[in-house]
Design a protein around this ligand. Structure first.
Ligand SMILES: Cc1cc2nc3c(=O)[nH]c(=O)nc-3n(C[C@H](O)[C@H](O)[C@H](O)COP(=O)(O)OP(=O)(O)OC[C@H]3O[C@@H](n4cnc5c(N)ncnc54)[C@H](O)[C@@H]3O)c2cc1C
Length: 534
């Protein structure tokens, strides 16, 4: 049995190299997951509409923070008969479920104020932007509270993948890279099967089925080769597309040479979209993620006191007293209740005077928040649709902006269009966080113009959010490690006297709204059990 496999470009490849290549692909997927950070593949434990039965025995609850965790708690507890008051720092309900559109004004830490200049109808979601189909809790509230959902275009085969060090820095179409990668892997695997290299692992009958499946999976020709021709072009697209009449005959396109494809590293960009958190169907609210906050406001906004900055949380055996400052008048006030559910993000909570036990106090300080920056750019026209035929989806690049995401709605709209020119974290996130808003936009324009040369002529204005500079979160979302989970997670979630924490940080769904909602439901259920137990 030969240990050598010859690919269609005539290049020899050992079995070991093939296995290493497959290993690298798995590694790419893992790396993508790490880069995406928040996207943890957990199933939601939402079990259907919340039922808190038996009355509230006159109990009152103070809820701190009006993001999805605070508002889910407020809505359900008030429905169950509890006396509820929510204190919220901002003059808006929804927390990180936020949208930047024309007129949105915000001041970041350091004092820079931005007023978004986007034309009517254009927006970006600087925080949450997509809702996977299996986020059952969030989708339940969207349906119940009237948030209209539309498809979020997670994958667009006609968008680009880009490595500055490959193909002379020229972006490649996602579909070319994916089709060619699937094709070559299928061809190589079929050769291994035919040479009996997998006899130990695959029965004869299964091997036959595997070969048949690889032909379809990889778009191979009748000789099980991935080469220029109708099968491969039916997957990757044609040099001359099929038409009508005398000029109808399509011309197939040339696959990228195997070695060039491998060395480009662009295969790294295709695996992420196969993750469970990114698979279709994936949604976005029509009009932006701010619609989630607005829907909660319609349902339970009367329970919220906005512009109320909590500065102290004190409990005794009878109840909880919270001190807060009215951010408009400067007046300092107190609110009291039997219990408190606190959803304030941990970097802020760690700075609030609070009399809780040592275990909870340590847990609050144990979870760092990841960095993340998004930059929205408005252009005179939707050139990505008009020139590049990209309708929604994401371009991935090794440039510091990391991603360019095209709007998933209003295709073909005339006039100015907005795209997300940057969604990045890690070192690039810190670099942009350290930059002024103007510098962020300038850098993102420079990077993006290497992919879309139209940027510089068509640019109108830009807005950015660097999450470590947002005074009401001081970071993007909590990042747990196995060790911090083992040491602190239970202590963070457990009731401490009369105080309980909820929020995405108190979930295994970190960095997703679903985490905030399922954490809130778990918290109010345990609180209700305690009240029922008397
Ligand atoms: C860049 C980014 C991308 C994301 N992508 C997605 C995504 O695609 N899909 C998804 O589902 N999720 C995503 N998330 C995660 C999602 O935003 C969060 O998990 C969720 O919104 C957290 O809800 P929460 O109620 O726990 O906290 P928050 O929404 O942060 O609510 C906390 C509230 O507390 C208030 N507060 C803070 N300090 C005080 C104080 N001193 N006094 C009173 N109130 C205070 C804040 O103003 C805020 O309203 C993303 C987040 C970021 C930042």
């Amino acid at each position: 049995m030969s240990d050598s496999i010859v690919d269609s470009a005539g290049q020899g490849m050992s079995k070991r190299e093939l296995l290493a290549m497959i290993g690298k692909t798995a590694g790419a997927s893992a790396m993508y997951m790490a880069m995406a950070g928040m996207e943890q593949a957990q199933a939601s434990n939402f079990k259907g509409p919340v039922k808190l039965e038996g009355g509230a025995k006159g109990a009152s609850v103070l809820i701190l923070g009006a993001g999805v965790a605070g508002m889910t708690s407020a809505l359900e507890l008030s429905k169950a008969g509890y006396k509820v008051q929510v204190l919220e720092y901002q003059d808006r309900i929804g927390g990180r479920s936020w949208t930047l559109s024309g007129g949105t004004t915000y001041t970041e830490l350091g004092g820079a104020t931005q007023t978004c200049q986007f034309a009517p109808g254009n927006y970006i979601n600087p925080g949450p932007w997509r809702i996977p189909w299996h986020h059952h809790g969030l989708i339940h509230y969207c349906h119940e509270l009237g948030v209209e959902l539309e498809p979020f275009m997670q994958v667009n085969y006609n968008a680009y993948v880009h490595n500055t060090k490959a193909f002379g820095g020229k972006p490649q179409r996602f579909r070319h890279v994916q089709a060619d990668y699937f094709g070559y892997v299928s061809e190589l695997l079929s050769k291994s099967v035919k040479q009996g290299a997998l006899n130990d692992a695959v029965t004869k009958e299964d091997a036959e089925m595997l070969l048949e499946s690889l032909r379809g999976f990889g778009a191979l020709d009748r000789n099980m080769r991935y080469v220029k021709g109708m099968p491969s072009s039916g997957r990757r697209g044609y040099d001359k597309e099929p038409g009508g009449g005398l000029s109808a005959v399509p011309e197939p396109s040339d696959p990228i040479a195997f070695s060039e494809l491998m060395q480009s590293g662009l295969w790294r960009s295709i695996a992420g979209n196969l993750q469970w958190d990114h698979e279709f169907t994936i949604f976005q609210p029509v009009g932006g993620m701010i619609q989630v906050g607005k829907a909660f406001e319609r349902a339970a906004g009367h329970l919220v006191r906005k512009n109320s900055k909590v500065t102290s949380i004190q409990q005794n055996e009878k109840g909880v007293v919270v001190t807060y400052k009215d951010t408009k008048t400067g007046e300092v006030m107190k609110a009291a209740a039997d219990y408190c559910i606190c959803t304030i993000p941990l970097p802020i909570l760690a700075q609030i005077d609070m009399n809780v036990g040592g275990e909870l106090a340590s847990a609050i300080r144990a979870v760092p928040y990841s960095t993340s920056v998004k930059v929205g750019l408005e252009f005179k026209r939707r050139f990505w649709e008009q020139d590049d035929k990209i309708y929604g989806g994401i371009t991935y690049t090794d440039l510091p902006n990391s991603q360019i995401s095209y709007p998933s709605s209003r295709y073909g709209a005339k006039g100015p269009g907005v795209l997300l020119g940057c969604y990045t974290g890690g070192a690039a996130g810190y670099e942009l966080t350290a930059s002024t808003p103007e510098e962020r936009v300038a850098k993102v324009l420079e990077w993006g113009s290497q992919i879309h040369p139209q940027y510089k002529d068509e640019f109108m204005n830009g807005s950015s959010v660097a999450w470590h500079r947002i005074p009401w979160t001081l970071g993007c979302f909590g990042t747990w490690t196995e060790q911090t989970r083992a040491d602190h997670y239970k202590n963070l979630c457990q009731m401490d006297g009369r105080i309980m924490l909820a929020g995405e940080h108190a979930s295994y769904y970190g960095g997703w709204q679903e985490g905030g909602i399922t954490s809130a439901i778990d918290t109010i259920t345990r609180l209700h059990q305690r009240v029922m137990a008397g």
